[in-house]
Design a protein around this ligand. Structure first.
Ligand SMILES: *[C@@H]1O[C@H](CO)[C@@H](O)[C@H](O)[C@H]1NC(C)=O
Length: 116
């Protein structure tokens, strides 16, 4: 069922980080949840991406997708920014991201945007 996108809805920006080979799957998942779609549907699958360096050190009880326990890991990761019209879509996009993302602890943030 398609989620209705309202122009009057509060806008949110979802930012997430993912290893480069997993980015397209993460984007597909959040777009399917309604992220990156403007009201009326004239523009869909909108996002902005830049590639950079991420780092993390898995702890003793971690089961890392990349790297190994106790060892500092540096990975090529993408930062993806996407707009969500309405809290419902923002929440659905986060659920979809967590399902599609390969990491145990996906890094993401959601910000509420002003509507000037
Ligand atoms: C979609 O684009 C058409 C053609 O430019 C325009 O008439 C229409 O108002 C647009 N819809 C929205 C919701 O912006």
């Amino acid at each position: 069922m398609a989620t209705v996108v309202s122009a009057a809805a509060t806008k949110f920006r979802l930012v997430f980080f993912a290893p480069v080979p997993a980015v397209e799957a993460c984007k597909a998942a959040i777009f399917a949840a309604g992220a990156g779609r403007y009201p009326g549907g004239n523009y869909t699958e909108c996002c902005w991406t830049v590639v950079g360096k991420g780092q993390f050190r898995p702890g003793d009880t971690a089961n890392p997708h990349i790297g190994s326990v106790g060892k500092l890991e540096h990975t090529e990761e993408a930062r993806v920014e996407v707009i969500c019209f309405g809290e419902d879509i923002a929440r659905k996009a986060v659920v979809a991201l967590k399902t599609a993302h390969p990491y145990e602890e996906p890094s993401y943030g959601v910000s509420k945007l002003e509507d000037f």
